[in-house]
Design a protein around this ligand. Structure first.
Ligand SMILES: Cc1ncc(COP(=O)(O)O)c(C=O)c1O
Length: 348
């Protein structure tokens, strides 16, 4: 059966060049700082995001958690989007591991905070409420539909944070998608944050890993928390070798994923039962709602799965499709045809 896997860009497989690079990588024990390929990758990554230093971590979840642990102390509070990955998809680690209370805020359709509301939730003095010490936001915003945060919006958030002495951690799991979509350097998007995490294992096609970047001092502390969480690894050069290729060769093709996402979104929007806020289709993620009298979103996604077209069902009428390297234009057309067939079969 033909499979068109639109669940996530995490399903991307490594390229032939990555396979070869893994085999040839100069490796050593990263616990002793002796893995030359990882050292090179971390230097390259720090440079790309315009930070002093960087650390290779096993996952985006761990990278975000480490950043939160460095920037806060147990009992503090952080502010983020209600739908942020750290709030809704990291198994509650902010509370369970870091001891932090999250103050999740509603954002608008494209994931922007209401600035006044944001400011009104920052607590510095009220002793019965956790002291706000950190703001976390995503660029791109996953559950808003892969929407971008512009350099101007990032600057505005930094001004608010500065006013109240907050730190900013940027969950930039897909920051390269944001950079390509906006035609701006990644460093322009990371300039105003104290730390940034980005993933190489999503659209950039590496098999494993993320980067956490910030000041030298931040990374020194992050290294200790990585160890504490069991994220210190050994011959990581086999993975870093892929990361180097991700940064040097895989960024340029992300525009193709964005074009395919638009094609898919425009096609879905024409099918009965679908609603897509087109202004949210900015990169490679399509957030949609679907409902028909005889077919709900969950059932649609189950029926699609049986036909080899895979999407994610979240809750209510809400589902998601993501384009990536394995998805070609022909796959999009095929997926649209299958969706149309299922919908038509429930309308007879
Ligand atoms: C915005 C965002 N942050 C963090 C993560 C976590 O990354 P990982 O799956 O590598 O732990 C994801 C994963 O999809 C994500 O979308």
């Amino acid at each position: 059966m033909r499979i068109v896997d639109l669940r996530s860009d995490t399903v991307t497989t490594l390229t032939d060049k990555m396979h070869l690079a893994m085999k040839k990588a100069e490796i050593g024990d990263d616990g002793f700082g002796e893995d030359r390929t990882t050292n090179k990758f971390e230097d390259l990554a720090a440079g790309r995001v315009g930070k002093e230093d960087a650390l290779f971590v096993p996952s985006g979840v761990m990278g975000n958690l480490i950043a939160i642990m460095v920037h806060t102390k147990p009992g503090d509070g952080l502010i983020c989007d209600r739908n942020a990955h750290i709030n809704s998809m990291a198994s509650g680690n902010t509370a369970a591991v870091a001891g932090i209370t999250t103050c999740p805020l509603e954002t608008d359709t494209v994931g922007n905070f209401d600035k006044e509301e944001l400011e009104s939730h920052i607590n510095l003095d009220q002793i019965s409420t956790p002291k706000t010490t950190l703001l976390v936001y995503e660029n791109t915003n996953n559950l808003a539909g892969g929407t971008v945060v512009t350099p101007e919006a990032a600057y505005e958030l930094s001004m608010i944070s500065k006013k109240y002495g907050l730190r900013i951690h940027l969950d930039g799991a897909r920051i390269f998608n944001s950079s390509v979509a906006q035609g701006v350097e990644v460093a322009e998007l990371t300039r105003y944050c104290d730390s940034v995490m980005f993933c190489i294992s999503k659209g950039l096609s590496s098999p494993v890993g993320s980067i956490l970047a910030g000041s030298k001092d931040f990374i020194t502390q992050a290294r200790r928390f990585r160890k504490m969480l069991g994220g210190g690894m050994r011959q990581t050069g086999v993975l870093s070798a892929c990361g180097i290729i991700s940064l040097e060769e895989m960024v340029g093709r992300l525009g193709e994923d964005h074009d395919n996402a638009r094609l898919l979104a425009e096609g879905l929007a024409k099918i009965d039962g679908f609603y897509i806020a087109m202004e949210t289709v900015q990169t490679n993620i399509i957030r949609f709602t679907f409902n028909l009298p005889k077919l709900n979103c969950r059932k649609l996604i189950e029926d699609l799965e049986r036909r080899g077209v895979r999407a994610i069902y979240f809750n209510g009428n809400f589902g998601r499709m993501v384009t990536h390297k394995e998805i070609k234009r022909a796959d999009i057309l095929y997926a649209l045809e299958e969706v149309q067939n299922i919908v038509a079969s429930h309308q007879r």
